[in-house]
Design a protein around this ligand. Structure first.
Ligand code: GDD
Ligand code: MN
Length: 413
């Protein structure tokens, strides 16, 4: 695994040199199983932070720098993450502070946590047994940090004790599916957005206790505005989540209705009786007889209609922000969507065909068979297929990407 430690810096001249020495000379060599490198994302610090980093880069091959305009912690992290994924081919990235509030010694513990559990994200957590915050923090800062995190946890329904920790190790197979260009916060609250999205993808998230130390040199850049910002991000994530959920529900309902009407229509159409007639000679072969049932064909056609409807709705509505308009891409995406939904066509063909054979070819039997097929087979199957394929491929409409490339065997809950 290639692990990139991303260190955002703004005026950390007093810390960054010593930090890089410790990382390269003491800590990285202790991680035997993986290739660990460092990416400093400096936002043109006026105190000369970048010059110090470039000096170190002459000595250390593992140190890299990305210089950016100051866009806020979240915006700068997003740039760093994209750079680590695209240019440095990272398999995982670590979010890490330059100011020694995070102990460099904990880096190897987070990596070991990922090795042992196969988690998609490992959080350096202040609020699990063994973790802690600076003793010197006043009660109000302590309370705000703790209850802020608890609030986010309860509202977003994410089982993590320290959502706002700035020390996290994340697999890029998950991170690259987060919309880093449109994070809901350009500042500190970006981390809520990322962990939220990763959790909702079904990534396994584990927490490793860390002590968060006092800053010794320089000053914190967090401000009161960031508290409000964090609350806003939590609210937006919540709303967005339920909106998408409701949209999914409506798309599913419309899809079902179209499916049921299609089944009804095609069961009485001459097209399906013609098809059934063509295969009538197979009627006496055990197991093959359903191809001679016009209702089986009607089930398959109904499923296809629902697939077309779901595709159009999802493209232009549920995922309107990412909708595909280029005609060639559209066709490819549509074929790809069909391929991943082909199971529904086959399942309906078999289940409805078998049901009418067993219980008689009536509208009631057909519609019951449809509902049973959807609830017991198609929904569970689609859920699995979506998780494995679609969420990985929605962004890149290339048929070739339709490969079984799971984050890790145990990477999902
Ligand atoms: N490039 C860049 N741009 N770096 C920044 C910026 C920015 O706009 N703002 C801060 N940084 C860098 C700092 O130089 C430091 O290396 C790191 O990000 C953390 O910034 P601090 O200003 O020290 O943050 P903090 O100590 O108040 O907050 C820490 O703890 C919080 C939880 O209590 C961070 O780890 C937060 O992410 C975390 O939520
Ligand atoms: Mn700090």
């Amino acid at each position: 695994m290639k692990v990139i430690v991303i260190i955002p810096t703004y005026n950390e001249a007093k810390n960054i040199g010593r930090m890089l020495d410790i990382l390269v000379k003491e800590e990285i060599p202790q991680v035997k199983k993986h290739n660990v490198e460092v990416l400093v994302v400096d936002s043109h610090s006026p105190d000369g932070t970048a010059e110090i980093v470039r000096e170190k880069m002459k000595k250390y091959r593992a140190v890299h720098i990305l210089e950016t305009d100051k866009g806020g912690l979240g915006a700068d992290y997003a740039k760093g993450m994209k750079y680590a994924i695209k240019e440095m081919k990272a398999d995982a990235v670590i979010e890490f502070d330059a100011d020694f509030q995070h102990d460099p010694k904990d880096i190897k513990r987070l990596i070991a946590g990922m090795d042992e559990t196969g988690a998609g994200q490992v959080i350096g957590s202040r609020y699990v047994a063994g973790g802690g915050v600076p003793k010197a923090w006043g009660w109000n800062r302590k309370a705000m940090s703790f209850f802020g995190g608890l609030f986010a946890r309860v509202v977003l329904l994410i089982n993590v004790h320290d959502l706002t920790s700035g020390f996290k190790l994340t697999k890029t197979s998950f991170l690259e599916r987060v919309d880093l260009d449109n994070l809901l916060s350009k500042s500190y609250a970006y981390k809520l957005h990322i962990t939220h999205d990763i959790a909702k993808m079904g990534a396994k998230i584990v927490e490793v206790p860390i002590i968060f130390y006092e800053r010794k040199e320089g000053v914190s850049k967090i401000s009161r505005k960031d508290l409000v910002d964090s609350l806003m991000v939590v609210a937006k994530l919540r709303l967005r989540g339920s909106k998408r959920f409701i949209k999914f529900g409506i798309v599913g309902f419309v899809g079902y209705t179209i499916n049921a009407l299609g089944l009804r229509f095609f069961a009485q159409s001459s097209l399906t009786s013609y098809l059934a007639g063509t295969f009538a000679y197979l009627d006496n072969y055990p197991g093959l007889g359903i191809v001679a049932e016009s209702s089986a064909w009607a089930g398959a056609f109904g499923a296809e209609l629902a697939i077309v409807s779901n595709f159009l709705f999802n493209n232009f509505w549920t995922f309107a922000a990412k909708k595909i308009t280029n005609p060639i891409q559209f066709v490819i995406k549509f074929l790809q969507f069909n391929l991943s939904s082909i199971a529904a066509v086959i399942v309906q063909f078999i289940v409805i065909g078998t049901s009418v054979k067993l219980f008689g070819d009536t509208e009631k039997v057909r519609q019951f068979a449809l509902v049973a097929a959807i609830i017991f087979i198609i929904v569970p199957l689609n859920y699995t297929i979506y998780n494995v394929f679609i969420w990985k491929t929605w962004k890149l409409p290339i048929l070739g990407r339709l490969s079984l490339r799971r984050p890790s065997a145990s990477g999902t809950k």
